[in-house]
Design a protein around this ligand. Structure first.
Ligand code: 5GP
Ligand code: MN
Length: 344
């Protein structure tokens, strides 16, 4: 973002406005952390701000400060549409194209509010008047911190804001271990702790709130794990029947895909999760090093994301989705068999 735009935004935000803040569908820690972090910031200027999530999100995020004020478009469409209609400003956070907001896409597209995008996904659309897009960033939460910093307002960061922003940086960096974690990321985290984020408690709230059935479901996903050593790939599956057997709740499969990557020598991991209600197979892809799962997903599975973390979907059944996946892999033989600088 250039200086002139920052000055314009500072002016725009200097008097109270009606503001709606939207994360992507199936919001994760970064989506909810960034929208709620920004929400608390805007409140310090007495804006009438509301976070509207396209749909529900996992329980392990439901303790975030301000969670009780979040509207869900899926279950509260009238209230949501009214607020979007009235909005002077619309922030879209942690996504790069309207379709990532699911059923909310059309309402957002038709909104006449001034649109501001803050996001770190690749290939952003250009619908926003103000776009702060940086794919090198660890998380949208780190960008919201930078945004507040650019506006000269880090002194306004209170414990609620700091807690929300900490959550998204923590979850999007795999607890500060992915290569997107920079010294600046750690400096931001240090500042957030000084502003009141209780780091140990936050880790506890997000990661140590497992149900017994979730751990059993993880066990099943690990039993289903398959390895293709010559292509340094590991993948696993969960059918709808397996999800039902272990009383699946939203968010329960979060992070399962990463276990494949923890196998020595593996640089590409995938999980295929059946969703009978939507009649799709939801796919999560992760990689280490140069191999771009964003490009892989865009090319074959109608999705996208980042170089090392992407999602996608398949409209066919589980077996044919897996067959397709396996048949595509050899096209990437060169990239998948090359050594990486990640210790493997
Ligand atoms: P996850 O596998 O955790 O659902 O998503 C990994 C990353 O890919 C996240 O940054 C997420 O926003 C992005 N992503 C997930 N699913 C899709 C999709 O269907 N399309 C696009 N463009 N990005 C996705
Ligand atoms: Mn993110």
């Amino acid at each position: 973002m250039i200086k002139a735009q920052i000055l314009e935004l500072k002016e725009l935000l200097s008097t109270p406005k009606h503001i709606v803040i939207v994360p992507h569908k199936n919001p994760d820690g970064d989506a909810m952390g960034s929208t709620l972090g920004l929400y608390h910031y805007l409140k310090t200027y007495n804006h009438k701000a509301t976070v509207i999530a396209p749909n529900d999100y996992p329980d392990f995020l439901k303790w975030l400060p301000g969670d009780d004020k979040v509207l869900k478009f899926e279950t509260q469409p009238e209230d949501s549409e009214m607020l979007i209609e009235k909005a002077d400003i619309l922030f879209t956070l942690d996504f790069n194209a309207f379709h990532r907001a699911g059923n909310m896409a059309e309402v957002l597209e038709n909104s006449e509010a001034i649109k501001i995008m803050i996001d770190h996904h690749q290939q952003p659309d250009d619908y926003a008047k103000y776009t702060y897009s940086d794919v090198s960033m660890s998380s949208t939460c780190e960008m919201v911190y930078n945004f507040i910093e650019m506006l000269g307002d880090t002194n306004r960061i209170d414990a609620a804001m700091a807690t929300c922003l900490y959550v998204g940086i923590m979850t999007d960096t795999g607890s500060f271990r992915f290569p997107s974690t920079t010294s600046k990321t750690h400096q931001v985290i240090g500042n957030l702790i000084e502003s009141g984020a209780d780091n140990s408690q936050i880790h506890n709230n997000v990661f140590d709130s497992n149900s017994y059935s979730r751990l059993q479901l993880l066990g099943r996903a690990m039993q289903n794990l398959k390895v293709i050593p010559e292509l340094r790939t590991a993948y696993t599956t969960l059918s709808q029947a397996e999800l039902d057997e272990f009383n699946f709740k939203k968010g329960d499969t979060e992070g399962f895909v990463n276990y494949g990557l923890s196998l020595e020598g593996i640089i590409f991991a995938a999980i295929f999760i059946e969703n009978k209600q939507e009649d799709i197979i939801k796919i999560s892809l992760r990689s280490k090093g140069e191999f771009s799962v964003n490009e892989f997903s865009r090319a074959h599975f109608n999705g996208g994301g980042h170089t090392n973390a992407a999602g996608g979907r398949s409209e066919t059944d589980m077996q044919s989705t897996i067959d397709k996946f396996i048949s595509i892999l050899p096209q990437y033989k060169n990239e998948l068999s090359q050594p990486t600088n990640n210790g493997h």
